[in-house]
Design a protein around this ligand. Structure first.
Ligand code: NAD
Length: 337
């Protein structure tokens, strides 16, 4: 039996990953360490409550005592690290929390793993040879693209927001723990996720919620910023593959080749809702779309080349944007009804 410390399991991606992982693997215990910030919600983990291999701990990844104690008392064999401050807009208004959690928190976890699993640089304790630290990161560390090109694992880092700068910094600490200490690490850099359980503050839940409530739907700038959207369970499957089969010290990009402009996202959601929940008088939800002042430093385009993950580990996405968004809207319609 292995014991995996999953951080941030009450957030959007973590709350999709934990049930997927417990359901698929019967020989792992999961300890979910989450501070339950505004972004964490235990209601999203109802399906694993009471599961014999699942245990929740409320706590901060920056608190070395808590983290260290968890390693010791539970003999943690692996870490899958999701916990982060994740909203770009919040990083503009209050960057400090991003440095604390994303940089210091990642460092605290790495250092606890190093001390617990290793006797010294490149000296792994007996029986701990396969223990792994998987760091979950974002494609935003690569900065912005013009009309052409894709982010590969070789693209130089060029973060533009305090959020992406903090994630880039955490990626570098992870890298350094491999090169300096020989810690068994992997990092995945994923494009924008969407799907069930995402916090209302993010683009797609905001559009769905505003449309359902018949409020105006805010779209930044000219609406032509491009993101490469990935259904959250496809991300979970990519993490699973890299966690189990990825090469130590390597990074893997995850993205579904689903580049879409923000305005396309908004109009697609509105059209689906026009069918599922028609407005009176033949009106369209699209009439609610309102352009608002652009976000400062707003990256224009992100697009991921996931060839390494596809070719080396056999990953492929099950959903394209159009199939994934249907499922997502169904989930939110149930939530808001
Ligand atoms: P989220 O904001 O929905 O959830 C973050 C979780 O971390 C919450 O449960 C929160 O309570 C917890 N947390 C925050 N600070 C903590 C701390 N100091 N100690 C312990 N727990 C803390 O984020 P998400 O969208 O699920 O993202 C998860 C990870 O995936 C992040 O590392 C993010 O950078 C990365 N990522 C997200 C996306 C995306 O589109 N959402 C894309 C690529 C990568």
């Amino acid at each position: 039996m292995k014991t995996v410390l999953i951080t941030g399991g009450a957030g959007f991606i973590g709350a999709n990953f934990v049930p997927y992982f417990l359901d698929k693997y019967k020989d792992y215990k999961v300890i979910n360490l989450d501070k339950l910030t505004y972004a964490g919600d235990l209601a999203n983990l109802k399906e694993v409550e009471g599961h014999s291999n699942y245990h929740f701990v409320e706590g901060d990844i920056c608190d070395y005592n808590i983290v260290n104690q968890l390693f010791k008392t539970n003999n943690i064999t692996d870490v899958i690290h999701f916990a982060a401050e994740s909203h770009v807009d919040n990083s503009i208004s209050g960057p400090e929390a991003f440095v604390k959690t994303n940089v210091n928190g990642t460092f605290t976890l790495l250092d606890a793993a190093r001390r617990y699993w290793m006797d010294g640089p490149f000296e792994v304790k007996e029986g701990m040879e396969n223990n792994r630290f998987h760091h979950i990161s974002t494609d935003e560390v690569y900065g912005t693209l013009g009309k052409e090109g894709l982010f590969t694992e070789e693209t130089p880092y060029a973060p533009n927001s305090p959020y992406s700068a903090s994630k880039a910094s955490s990626d570098f600490f992870v890298r350094s723990y491999f090169h300096t200490y020989g810690l068994n690490v992997v990092t995945t850099n994923c494009s924008n996720n969407y799907g069930p359980k995402q916090h209302d503050e993010k683009l797609i839940p905001t559009i769905i919620k505003k449309a359902i409530n018949e409020d105006s739907i805010p779209i930044y700038g000219d609406g032509k910023n491009v993101r490469d959207w990935l259904y959250v369970l496809d991300h979970c499957k990519g993490i699973d593959l890299v966690f189990h089969n990825g090469k130590s010290g390597e990074t893997y990009n995850i993205g579904g080749r689903n580049e879409r402009e923000n305005i396309y996202i908004a109009t697609t959601i509105c059209e689906i809702l026009d069918n599922k929940r028609p407005l009176p008088d033949g009106k369209s939800h699209k009439d609610l779309i309102t352009y608002v002042k652009d976000r400062p430093g707003h990256d224009r385009r992100y697009a991921i080349d996931a060839s390494k993950l596809e070719n080396d580990l056999g990953w492929e996405a099950d959903e394209n944007f159009e199939s994934g968004i249907e499922k997502t809207i169904e989930w939110y319609l149930e939530k808001y009804n």
